[in-house]
Write a protein that binds this ligand. Sequence first.
Ligand code: NAD
Length: 344
Amino acid sequence: MKLAFFDTKPYDRPSFDKHCAAKGIDIKYFETKLNADTAELAHGYDAVCAFVNDTVNAQVIDKLYELGVKVLALRCAGFNNVDMKHAFGKLHVLRVPAYSPYAVAEHTMALLLTSVRRIHKAYIRSKDFNFSLANFTGFDLHGKTVGVIGTGRIGRVFTDICRGFGMRVLAYDKFPVEGFADGEHVKYVELEELFRESDVISLHCPLTDDTYHLLDAAAFEKCKKGVVLLNTSRGALVDAEALLAAIKSRKVGAACLDVYEEESDLFFEDNSGHIMEDDVLARLISMPNVLVTSHQAFLTEEALENIAETTVSNLVSFFEKGKCPNELCCRYGETHDCKDGKCF
Ligand code: NAD
């Protein structure tokens, strides 16, 4: 089986080399992202492997289909970059539903602590032997209320971490998880209440039509003054211009963003020698109370190992047995995990 691997970064190779070699998969790494201009590179391959910022729209799907590619193996959980309805009948789409919820949840807490205790500022100051504490006053997390939107794998691990800090958790999920909330320390509430009550809001739901710009100007209006926003999920959950306005008006006290709506041409790359064309991102990054990491939350050794292992096992399962438990399907006009491998 021949696999074309797009948007390759050096940290992808060791684990994929190991697992592909073990299963006899012939892998070719392309540094370029998958998009309409580069899909042609998949000529002669049985499957393509894509990541979060590859573009798998109708044009790309038609091209891959025309080239005889059978499978799109996503090496991530989210699939908002894939036109799933268009893929029906053309490409089998496999994904890695979970690889390390701990990686993302721990990064989220790292961002929160960095922000509220000004670690990013202190690090730079002490490097310059400036040991002043001016403007470093933070606040205790203990006793604060955190609003967790999306109580799936990552949201639940993040909740556990927050509970360890003695925080009260208000949760919102379109499909609440039975047995998760105890009604006292962890309580499901409607979004309005979560916005009104939370000192910190953390996003852990997928990007869908429902959740696009979930945090917009109207939502920020409903939030507590000084709320800290954490987004390690998907950029377009937050209207970045509305966030900027809410930071300027002091409604939002701090924002920690591992994802950004327009990240696809910027994140994962060294843009330090270029003029930043995105004025909203430039302005956000210039704020002392905004922390940006470039979609880094997943990046742990454990996660990379699990991603490679599951992606390869998905491919082996599909090509050997004709079905894969991690296949996504849109047969009925909605996307769900296909349990029986009978998408087409
Ligand atoms: P999951 O599928 O286990 O959980 C998602 C939860 O969101 C589910 O409980 C679901 O019911 C809920 N949900 C769905 N629609 C909703 C809506 N409209 N409103 C509120 N909740 C809704 O997924 P997960 O593994 O916990 O991952 C969560 C998100 O984290 C992913 O969708 C992905 O976007 C993001 N992610 C980011 C990184 C990173 O490196 N920054 C890595 C992995 C995942």
